[in-house]
Write a protein that binds this ligand. Structure first.
Ligand SMILES: [Fe+2]
Length: 310
């Protein structure tokens, strides 16, 4: 059996639960993926190069391991699940939707005396107010099957202050060059279509679960980097806390957008930003960071999988 795909016992425990039989299970470096259908793409074909984002998140541990930490944060959104997934690559909304929260943080921080140490919360929240140019230059990568990630060249996670002792541990584990390469990768959101998003530099996974056409449960998991300083876990939990002032902006936005879809004013949702006529079928391309290409690619994947075998 290929390394990293050992049987986890998941199949047996799932079968005992009485749910639909799971026929195919893969353990990828500790993350278990399952499907109940014999048809469709196999694991490697489906994920392809996108697994590099899982690799980077896990490699950030000097021991090459993650541990679930901080429990799971569950929150219900009154919107269709596709909105949540689209939003993960929507780089044109932060400076607008989060102006009252992140914008206030920036204003308050400006008034702090010059000697004040920058609080972790400010470091995390302030980049949401970065200008459009920042997000344009950050870049977006497109992969097959609706997968992709924002933050090709840099991201809102790039400028966090160094954690004492962390690089030394990484250097000891991987060697200087490889350690620099791992930590130099600052991908923002990696979307695994249809319903997962991970943030490597924060060690966070969001799982979007459709409950109804207008209801989506989001489960947010956080991970500890085994053998890394505790301050990294503190940052992860700070980013993912239930009282996140940024998260509430989005919650309100989704609900209003869902209400808007029930009106008869416009039959179409516009996803044409930076459309390129030759984009269908292209994969592993890096494009302008404010392009809506990833959303269009998600709908291309949706069409592909919903019509497969027809
Ligand atoms: Fe947002």
């Amino acid at each position: 059996m290929k390394k990293g795909y050992e049987n986890t016992g998941f199949e047996q425990s799932h079968a005992a639960s009485g749910m639909a039989p799971v026929r195919h299970v893969r353990n990828y470096r500790g993350f278990v993926f399952a499907k109940i259908n014999d048809g469709g793409l196999d694991f490697e074909e489906f994920f392809g190069e996108s697994l590099s984002s899982f690799d980077n998140m896990i490699d950030r541990s000097p021991a090459g391991q993650l541990k679930v930490a901080g429990g799971v944060l569950r929150y219900m959104h009154n919107c269709n699940w596709k909105m949540r997934v689209e939003n993960q690559t929507d780089t044109c909304h932060p400076m607008v939707a989060h102006e009252s929260s992140a914008g206030t943080v920036v204003e308050v921080w400006k008034k702090a005396p010059p000697v004040t140490k920058k609080p972790m919360a400010v470091e995390i929240i302030a980049p949401f107010m970065s200008p459009y140019e920042f997000f344009e230059n950050m870049g977006i990568r497109i992969w097959d099957n609706g997968h992709g990630h924002t933050g090709v060249h840099h991201s809102i996670h790039s400028d966090y202050s160094a954690v004492p002792g962390y690089f030394d541990k990484m250097k000891a584990a991987y060697g200087e060059e490889r350690a620099k390469a791992i930590l130099g990768e600052n991908r923002h959101n990696t979307v695994y279509f249809p319903n997962i998003m991970i943030k490597g530099p924060i060690q966070l996974l969001r799982h979007f679960k459709p409950i109804a056409a207008n209801k989506t449960l989001v489960e947010s998991w956080t991970f500890q980097l085994v053998d890394a300083p505790d301050m990294l876990l503190e940052r992860t939990l700070m980013y993912n806390r239930p009282t996140s002032i940024v998260g509430h902006d989005d919650l309100e936005m989704y609900e209003r957008a869902q209400e808007g879809l029930h009106s008869n004013g416009n039959e179409w949702v516009n996803l044409q930003r930076l459309y390129s006529p030759d984009e269908a079928g292209q994969t592993n391309v890096a494009v302008n960071g404010t392009s809506e290409w990833p959303m269009r690619h998600q709908y291309r994947a949706w069409t592909k999988f919903m019509t497969m075998g027809m």
